[in-house]
Design a binder for this molecule. Structure first.
Ligand code: GRF
Length: 203
């Protein structure tokens, strides 16, 4: 049986697209993207899910009223769909220990820097690349890590370096990091963990 994967998103969903494309190309043989969950009803990622025929759910944090209610709702949806593993792909909500402890080594996140550089609270989206350019690093990249209660602090699974070029803006650097690292690493990581979970089920 394939490992059932839920992808959590908030925005454009290019990393979700990379996962969907990899699955369609047969590069995630041990897993299937069974569900997409967005906290933002306007996320373009939802269109991508629809186009790929993957069921999607929206959970608005505001409507839930509290972090605990939001996490309980998320947990309920994942359980209902018999999800084995969760991938955060541009998911802009913090998940507390109350949620993450239920998924030990079962939640992956992609972060657009070489952790431990430019990570943790406040380092998201373009801010990460702005900070890298401000510091003048010549190499940056992306990291896939397991998620625990520490923001960007869980065990590192995969990393890939990307060159910073003269004249880079946060936008050009973001694009290069996505193309050369994120969209490659995330499907690889998905397959690695999906395979481990599928094998552990067989034991
Ligand atoms: C990516 O840069 C990812 O590393 C970060 O958020 C961004 C999401 O982009 N966590 P997208 O929604 O996948 O296009």
């Amino acid at each position: 049986m394939k490992t059932r994967i839920a992808v959590l998103v908030s925005g454009g969903g290019t990393n979700l697209q990379a996962l969907l494309d990899a699955e369609a190309a047969g590069s995630i043989p041990s897993g299937e993207i069974a569900l997409v969950v967005s906290n933002n009803p306007g996320a373009y990622a939802l269109e991508r899910a629809k186009n790929a025929g993957v069921p999607a759910a929206v959970i608005s944090k505001k409507e839930c009223g509290s972090q605990a209610a939001f996490e309980a709702r998320l947990q309920g949806i994942l359980e209902l769909d018999a999800i084995d593993m969760v991938i955060l792909a541009g998911f802009m909500c913090i998940l507390t220990e109350n949620f993450t402890k239920k998924w030990p080594n079962r939640i992956l996140n992609i972060h657009p820097s070489l952790i431990p550089a430019f990570c943790g609270e406040g380092f998201y989206g373009l801010h990460v690349h702005e900070a890298a350019l401000a510091r003048g690093v010549k190499v940056t990249g992306a990291t896939v890590h397991f998620v625990n209660e520490i923001p960007d602090g869980g065990p590192i699974l995969l990393q890939k370096a990307v060159e910073v070029l003269p004249g880079d803006t946060p936008e050009t650097l973001q694009r290069r990091v996505m193309e050369q690292a994120e969209w490659i690493l995330l499907p690889q990581a998905a397959q690695l963990v999906a395979k481990q979970i599928a094998e552990s089920r067989r034991l």
